[in-house]
Design a protein around this ligand. Structure first.
Ligand code: GUN
Ligand code: ZN
Length: 454
């Protein structure tokens, strides 16, 4: 038997040449030359040693499948795993917290709950529960806030390494405006980050992310030390929050009256880079959007969270005039669902409120290959060109009764993606593969594979 495995089903992915600007925005734009995606109804994905060997039609590849184990996913969609660019791995316990907007919600629910991660056993249990839920939803890569405490953050990296996930994360950093149980001094945060960078950055499939929570939870000295970390380790990512809530913005203005904008505060500490992911960016000024354009910093649009906390409506039409580095995040914790289907659905609805029709291809791109490219990972993940890491998901539109009924009326991939985004849930995820190994198999699906144990 060969070391290869073949997965037979419908194949969908974006080509290497796809960009936000050249994506087809309607079905009529489907000639081979301007089509930036590959869709093969009866296809096969061949994987070996964690990497894509090739993907193509079953009829053209079947001669290469003698002695190759073939897993039958006929009628299901095999597509690259989702990329969630903003989530809090430490917030599972407070999802669905009633009644507060951002700043009160943080004080009343988030901070007390995140304090419990000072206990290693709690941290390990909660973080593994979180990761189990994540892969169940078809997400294979995330930009994620880890715990504040060194030991818990170290546990998170270790669990991610065991699962062999491509992940961008770090210890959330706070030294001000937080309870005593959830803050460290600026120097302690810096020292913890240095140790975690030495131990985990670029180890296995992990990247370290410098993670100042937001300008309100970090002193000027802390932001300065975050800028120093970035200078000392230029390949590290940065994540923080920006322009989420009007009261947050007013408080930042009070703290930094001389700054041109909220984003300018981060910029003055060297934190606006092409590896910085800014969560939310709802109430951005034109000046700030120009800074996105100039810096290639990345926007993570989190519609589930923005709706849940009543933070506001991100205007995709406006932002996309300045930058194509727009990606999608659950913002789990404030976002009430880990499914990127749900995020893409709310992105559609929020855009409709702004009278922008957001095409299926654009949303799916933002949640897969577009995010990979924005994060400088387009050479590694996000599509099925040969040599890419084999992180993929198998989706069954027929797993739930109404979607099955609706699926019968679907005539093309555009509609299939649209109904999945609008009506899909974790129940429609048959399997999730990480680096060519099954990380999750839906117990309700009749699949001959077994989950890889680690
Ligand atoms: N701003 C600062 N911290 C947080 C957080 O945990 N969640 C959200 N949604 N916004 C924040
Ligand atoms: Zn957040």
């Amino acid at each position: 038997m060969s070391d290869k495995t073949a997965y037979r089903g419908s194949i969908f992915y974006f080509k290497d040449t796809a960009t936000m600007a050249n994506l087809p925005v309607n079905k009529d734009q489907q000639s081979e030359t301007d089509r930036q995606y590959v869709y093969i109804e009866d296809g096969v994905l061949i994987v070996e040693a964690g990497k894509v060997v090739e993907a193509g039609s079953y009829s053209s590849l079947k001669n290469k499948l003698t002695n190759v184990k073939t897993v039958d996913y006929k009628g299901k969609l095999i597509t690259p795993g989702f990329i969630d660019t903003h989530q809090h791995a430490t917030q599972s316990a407070i999802v669905a917290a009633y009644g507060d907007k951002l700043l009160e919600w943080l004080d009343n629910y988030v901070f007390p709950s995140e304090s419990t991660y000072s206990d290693d056993a709690t941290a390990k249990k909660e973080l593994n529960f979180f990761l189990d839920q994540l892969v169940k939803n078809g997400t294979t890569t995330a930009v994620s806030y880890g715990p504040l405490f060194y030991s818990a953050a170290d546990i998170f990296f270790a669990e991610l390494q065991k699962r062999n996930m491509r992940f961008i994360t770090g210890n959330i950093i706070m030294d001000e405006n937080a309870p005593d149980t959830l803050k460290l001094t600026a120097q302690e945060n810096y020292d913890n980050s240095k140790k975690l960078i030495a131990k985990w950055n670029n180890k296995s499939r992990l990247s370290y992310c410098i993670s100042p929570r937001f300008a309100l939870a970090c002193s000027a000295k802390m932001l300065e030390l975050c800028g120093a970390l970035k200078k000392e380790h230029p390949d590290c990512y940065i994540q923080t929050h920006l322009d989420e809530n009007v009261n947050e913005i007013a408080a930042v203005k009070k703290l930094y009256p001389k700054s041109k904008s909220y984003m300018d505060v981060y910029d003055s500490f060297g934190l606006v880079t092409d590896r910085t992911v800014f969560g939310h960016c709802i109430h951005t000024t034109d000046e700030e959007l120009k800074l996105f354009q100039k810096s290639n910093a990345i926007i993570s649009w989190c519609p589930l969270s923005n709706n849940f906390l009543g933070s506001g409506l991100f205007n995709f039409g406006r932002a996309s005039k300045f930058t194509d580095k727009i990606t999608l995040g659950t913002d789990w914790g404030a976002g009430n669902c880990l499914s990127m289907f749900a995020v893409m659905d709310d992105a559609y609805k929020v855009s409709m409120l702004n009278s922008v029709k957001l095409p299926s291809m654009v949303r799916w791109y933002m949640a897969t290959f577009g995010a990979a490219k924005a994060l400088h990972l387009g050479e590694k993940i996000g599509n099925f060109t040969p040599g890419k890491e084999a992180d993929f998901v198998v989706i069954d539109a027929d797993a739930t009764p109404y979607l099955k009924y609706r699926h019968q009326k679907v005539t093309d991939i555009w509609e299939l993606l649209f109904i999945l985004m609008t009506l899909g849930s974790e129940e429609n995820i048959t399997a999730t593969y990480i680096y060519g190994k099954p990380a999750y198999i839906n117990a309700n699906a009749n699949v001959a594979e077994t989950v890889n144990t680690y």
